[in-house]
Design a protein around this ligand. Structure first.
Ligand code: NAD
Ligand code: TYD
Length: 355
């Protein structure tokens, strides 16, 4: 079996669903169920004995140790993290605890488990760490896209905490020989994306006749990848990646935030027109910029394409249409995740932010 952490979050749950749709190999899923973790994402697996869920913290050494020893996984895939940049600016503590301390404790338990394996289970074991392009910092307009050799220049508490975890993962390979793999991926979008992030927030706010907040001038650039393409890249790296290596994953889809918001509005105009016949773009509002806002991310994914033969299946146009359609068909999921805690965050974060 494989051991997934953070498998009730956005990417982790898509990965678990994707994995079990193509494989009979069991998934052990450890997730703390923070505000971002949601078992409803995995409701279609109810009664499926291939999915074993445990609620808990990657930093709980005793729990991780007992899970490893009981289930004897052939691989650990670490998705668990605090993942929202704005929340990291508001309060970095949880990011340090989970992304740095938690990953360290997880690595320690995995090292101890791996040390007592022998023969091919030891040789074939993998620790795959899921990371982000944000560790590389910000690019200017004409800079080449991030390669795996780009220096680490994280600018937010989130990206700094992910960078620290990447370094620990690397060190466990260099120092102890742990067979690790790291992926650094660009911005994902797709089903089950928590509506605090740009694309789902825009969809959900538009449908609720709320304002669509664009930070600063809206000209920041991100490289967007449909979540299932990230899942296929992770599967491929697990299967064929060379231990100790880093693979950048991206969709070759650089877009400004304003273009992203316009694209979502255009699809909503087509699929779910406003009752008053007006354009959803009229709901756009420019708000105060994010502190230390990275201007541009761009991923050079040629290494994973060349060495592992991976390519994204979706273009931005096909992926964003699927995403908007999914939200329109899953408004009950949206209502469910918009708990009191979510509402409080959104209210506080955007209060008094109008430019
Ligand atoms: P998410 O916030 O949606 O989900 C994170 C999950 O981890 C949640 O289910 C949460 O309950 C769980 N979790 C948090 N702290 C935990 C802990 N201490 N122990 C166990 N579980 C814990 O995040 P996501 O967008 O799905 O991101 C998953 C991973 O992919 C993260 O490591 C993130 O850095 C990375 N990543 C995300 C993106 C993106 O665009 N979302 C892009 C590249 C890389
Ligand atoms: P986000 O989805 O938070 O991802 P990340 O910060 O990891 O890239 O934000 C994507 C971009 O959208 C980022 O440049 C910030 C911007 N943004 C807005 O303009 N308005 C918003 O309300 C949010 C949440 C993000």
């Amino acid at each position: 079996m494989i051991f997934v952490t953070g498998g009730a979050g956005f990417i982790g749950s898509n990965f678990v669903l994707d994995w079990l749709s193509q494989s009979s190999e069991q998934v052990l899923n450890l997730d703390k169920l923070t505000y971002a973790g949601n078992l409803q994402n995995l409701a279609s697996l109810d009664g499926n004995s291939s999915h074993i869920f445990t609620c808990g913290d990657i930093g709980d050494s005793a729990l991780v140790s007992s899970l490893l020893r009981e289930h004897q996984p052939r691989a650990v895939l670490n998705f668990a993290a605090e993942s929202h940049v704005d929340r990291s600016i508001d309060g970095p503590e949880d990011f340090v605890q989970t992304n740095i301390v938690g990953t360290f404790r997880l690595l320690e338990e995995v090292r101890s488990y791996w040390n007592q394996l022998e023969g091919s289970p030891k040789q074939d074991f993998r620790f795959l760490h899921i990371s982000t392009d944000e560790v590389y910092g910000s690019l200017s307009k004409d800079d080449p896209a991030f390669m795996e050799t780009h220096r680490y220049e994280p600018n937010s508490p989130y990206s700094a905490s992910k960078a620290a975890s990447d370094h620990m993962v690397r060190a466990y390979h260099q120092t102890y020989g742990l067979p690790v793999l790291t992926t650094n991926c660009s911005n994902n979008y797709g089903p089950y994306h928590f509506p605090e992030k740009l694309i789902p927030l825009t969809i959900v706010n538009a449908l609720a006749s709320k304002l669509l907040p664009v930070y600063g001038d809206g000209q920041q650039v991100r490289d967007w990848l449909y979540v299932n393409d990230h899942c296929s890249a992770i599967r491929r790296v697990l299967e064929a990646g060379k231990t100790g290596e880093v693979y950048n994953v991206g969709g070759w889809n650089e877009k400004t935030n304003l273009i992203i918001v316009h694209s979502v509005c255009a699809l909503l105009n087509e699929l779910q027109p406003r009752a008053d016949g007006k354009d959803y773009n009229e709901q756009i509002t420019y708000v105060k910029d994010r502190l230390g806002h990275d201007r541009r991310y761009a991923i050079d994914a040629s290494k994973i394409e060349r060495e592992l033969g991976w390519k994204p299946a979706e273009t931005f146009e096909t992926g964003i249409r699927k995403t908007v359609e999914w939200y329109l068909c899953n408004l009950d999921w949206v209502a469910h995740v918009q708990s009191g805690a979510y509402r409080d965050w959104v209210q506080n974060h955007y209060a008094g932010n109008a430019q």
